[in-house]
Design a protein around this ligand. Structure first.
Ligand SMILES: [Fe+2]
Length: 374
C-alpha cells in the first residue's frame, strides 16, 4: 500500500516559456508579481520576454531575491504583493527565486507573519494562497514541483523550511532552452542536486513504487546528460535531459523528502557558502557506501541506475563524476577545518531528515564520515 500526491500541472519542453500566458494561473490573471534574482534574469532578457508574453495583465516585478533567499526578501515580497493587490505570483529563476516566490504566494494572504509561521506554523488553514507558477531556469532544485521553501537566516547562519501542501505550485513551466545560458559551474552544482534528490528519494524509508520509477529515470538521465551539459552547455539534447532529470527527481522527492546528504548539507552552505548541490553531493558517495548493506537487492538496482554492477563501483562512479565536474570531494578545500565538524553536526544532524535514511546512522558515524572526507 502506498500514497503518492502531487497536484502541480507540468508544461515541459522547448518553447513552453513563450506560451506562459496560456498556462495555469497565468491564463486570465489580472495582476502578477514576477519574482526573480534580478541581474541574471535581466542579462538574459528572460524577464522582458516574460513581461511581453504576459501583456494581457499588469506585471509588478520583485527582482531582489539573493542566492539562498532570506527573511528580509520574503518580507519585502509579501509587503509588495499585499500593497499591489497581486493575485498570481510567477517565479522565474533557480531554486532561490522559486522558493522565495512560493513563500510570498503562500504567506501574503495570511494574517500570520513569516516569523509567526516559522515559530509555530500559525497560518489559518482556511485561507488560500495566491496563484503560483514556477519557471525554472536551472536544472536541479525541483522546487517547481515540491511543497517546500528554504528560507535562510543570514545572522544565525541557519536554514528554515516552510512546508505545507498548499505550497505545491499550481503550474510548473519547464523549458530546457532557458538553461542554455547556465555557466558550467552552476550546471554542475544544480545537476548534482538533482542526482542527490533522486538517489535519496530512492533509498529513503519513505520510498514507494511511484517515487522509485521517477527516481530511477532521473538517475539514468543524470548519468547520460550531466557531464555533456557541463562540457557543452549549448547542447540542447543534454539540456533537455537534465531538465527532465531535475523534474523527475523533484517529483520523486516531493513525496519521499530527502535524507542524510541533504541534512548535513545545510550547515555546509550556511556556514561555508558551498553551493547547495555540491554541499549535498560531498557526502553522496560515502552515504551510498554506508547505506549499501541496508539496501539489499534495491542497492544492486540503484547501482544499475548509476551504470554500475555493485555498490562499490557505484561509489567510485560518484567520485569520478565529481572529478569530471571539477568538484573537489575534500571538505578542507572549502575552508572547513576539522574542528568545524562538531558545529556542522550540531546544525546538520537533524532527526527529521536523518530519520529517513535507510540505515540508522549515529552522530558518531556521521562524524567519522565527515572526518574521512576532510
Ligand atoms: Fe536539494
Amino acid at each position: 500500500m502506498f500514497n503518492y500526491f502531487n497536484p502541480t500541472a507540468i508544461c515541459f519542453g522547448r518553447g513552453q516559456f513563450d506560451s506562459a500566458h496560456r498556462r495555469g494561473e497565468l491564463k486570465g490573471a489580472e495582476k502578477v508579481l514576477l519574482v526573480t534574482d534580478g541581474t541574471a534574469m535581466r542579462r538574459f532578457g528572460y524577464s522582458d520576454r516574460l513581461k511581453e508574453n504576459l501583456s494581457h495583465c499588469e506585471v509588478v516585478e520583485y527582482d531582489s531575491v539573493p542566492a539562498n533567499p532570506d527573511f528580509e526578501c520574503v518580507r519585502q515580497g509579501i509587503d509588495l504583493a499585499r500593497r499591489e493587490g497581486i493575485t498570481v505570483v510567477v517565479a522565474l529563476g533557480g531554486g532561490s527565486s522559486m522558493d522565495a516566490g512560493k513563500a510570498i504566494a503562500f504567506l501574503s494572504p495570511q494574517s500570520a507573519s513569516l516569523d509567526d509561521y516559522l515559530a509555530g506554523g500559525a497560518v489559518g488553514a482556511s485561507v488560500d494562497r495566491l496563484g503560483f507558477v514556477a519557471i525554472p531556469t536551472t536544472s536541479g532544485t525541483g522546487s517547481e514541483v515540491t511543497p517546500w521553501a528554504s528560507i535562510w537566516d543570514r545572522d544565525k547562519r541557519k536554514k528554515y523550511s516552510l512546508a505545507d501542501e498548499r505550497m505545491f505550485p499550481d503550474c510548473a513551466i519547464v523549458d530546457p532552452s532557458l538553461t542554455l545560458s547556465l555557466p558550467p559551474e552552476i550546471t554542475a552544482a544544480t545537476g548534482l542536486d538533482a542526482l542527490c534528490h533522486a538517489v535519496e528519494a530512492y533509498w529513503s524509508l519513505n520510498s514507494q513504487p511511484v517515487s522509485d520509477f521517477l527516481a530511477a529515470g532521473a538517475i539514468e538521465l543524470v548519468g547520460n546528460h550531466l557531464v555533456g551539459a557541463y562540457r557543452d552547455g549549448d547542447n540542447i539534447e543534454h539540456r533537455d535531459g537534465m531538465s527532465l532529470a531535475s523534474l523527475l527527481a523533484g517529483l520523486a522527492f516531493s513525496n519521499t523528502k530527502t535524507t542524510a546528504c541533504h541534512s548535513i548539507s545545510y550547515p555546509l552552505t550556511a556556514r561555508f557558502d558551498i553551493p547547495h548541490g555540491i554541499a549535498c553531493a560531498l557526502t553522496l558517495g560515502a552515504m551510498l557506501a554506508f547505506n549499501g548493506e541496508a539496501l539489499g537487492a534495491r542497492g544492486d538496482r540503484l547501482a544499475g541506475f548509476l551504470g554500475c554492477d555493485d555498490i562499490e563501483s557505484a561509489v567510485s562512479s560518484i567520485g569520478e563524476l565529481l572529478e569530471k565536474l571539477n568538484v573537489s570531494p575534500r571538505l578542507r578545500d572549502y575552508g572547513i577545518d576539522k574542528q568545524d565538524i562538531d558545529a556542522i553536526l550540531d546544525d546538520g544532524f537533524t532527526p527529521d531528515r536523518i530519520g529517513h535514511n535507510p540505515r540508522t546512522i549515529t552522530r558518531g558515524e556521521m562524524q567519522s564520515i565527515l572526518e574521512a572526507l576532510h
